[in-house]
Design a protein around this ligand. Structure first.
Ligand SMILES: [Zn+2]
Length: 303
């Protein structure tokens, strides 16, 4: 049987990216990503006959419940990307832990009318506190691990691009950079959780997710893609809401032009996403992340 390629989209509003660059007061800019970006994503996924996972920030969806329901109706998985997308992601008190991990799950379940089993931390801020909370609140999988040294390098670049004196972007612990690269099972306080890391190439561990299409020269991106798809395990290809946004869409602030891909025309951006989906579907089955987690557990139970 062919291995899977899990496809997911982090529905981050534009102000979230701006916060990362130290521009905290951009106003609320969820509308372009929700109203333009998701519509384009649903159409493109349908053209490519692909079911994906959409990671929603619970506080943002309150204004757009119909868009979450459209996403469910189109056959996609809804998963949780925290309640507030706070950076750095703080779970230090029981109140914050409940708000970000449990209340967000319940709110998304009410709106989506479906069980929420997957979580991705803002800015991939994986911690033992996070895994403990996910186990306690009954999640099936986490998709927050970024096991590549480039996570550290990229955060440093964001800090350099940042205009604020106090950077909002935290640096990942060094041991995360060489954590297990393939999806795997964890036992957390006797609960079973599947960890689905950001995919990376073999040996050099260059990351394989869509932002890299804008940061790497195309021959390098193609080589990372070939190497990653050569892994004998499922991969996890991540897109973001802004990958479906044109800088001329209504309500898009000019400051976001510093973000990778925001100098591309929307037609070229959509073609690049389709090209990645086609490269993956040539050798793998495209799926949502819940399917990746469930197949991994089923294989484990058989073996
Ligand atoms: Zn995010």
């Amino acid at each position: 049987m062919k291995h899977l390629a899990g496809i997911s989209i982090d529905v981050d509003p534009i102000h979230t990216h701006l916060q990362g660059y130290g521009i905290p007061n951009a106003g609320l800019t969820a509308r372009p990503v929700y109203e333009r970006g998701i519509a384009r994503a649903l159409e493109l996924l349908s053209q490519n006959e692909t079911a994906a996972t959409f990671f929603f920030v619970a506080n943002d969806v309150k204004a757009f419940p119909h868009i979450v329901r459209d996403t469910v109706a189109a056959g996609h998985e809804i998963a949780c990307h925290s309640a507030t997308h706070q950076l750095p992601f703080d779970l230090s008190s029981p109140e914050r832990r409940k708000l970000e991990i449990l209340d967000s799950k319940k709110l998304l379940e009410d709106i989506a009318g479906a069980e929420i089993v997957g979580f991705r931390a803002p800015s991939w801020d994986l911690s033992s506190e996070l895994l403990d909370a996910l186990a306690e609140y009954g999640y099936l999988y986490d998709a927050s691990s970024y096991p590549s040294w480039t996570a550290l390098a990229l955060r440093l670049i964001v800090r350099l691009k940042s205009s604020a004196r106090a950077p909002k972007v935290s640096l990942p612990p060094l041991n995360n950079c060489w954590a297990q690269a393939e999806p795997h099972r964890l036992s957390v306080n006797q609960h079973r959780i599947v960890e689905i890391p950001v995919s990376s190439s073999r040996w050099l561990r260059l990351p394989y997710y869509h932002t890299m299409r804008f940061l790497m020269p195309q021959p390098l991106f193609n080589s990372v893609q070939r190497s990653t798809l050569g892994r004998k395990s499922s991969v996890n290809y991540i897109l973001h809401g802004v990958d479906f946004i044109d800088s001329s869409d209504p309500g898009v602030p000019a400051d976001i032009r510093r973000h990778p891909g925001m100098d591309w025309e929307i037609d070229d951006k959509l073609k690049a996403i389709s090209a990645s989906l086609q490269a993956m579907s040539a050798c793998r089955r495209l799926a949502n992340l819940r399917t990746v987690a469930e197949e991994l557990l089923a294989e484990h139970d058989e073996g």
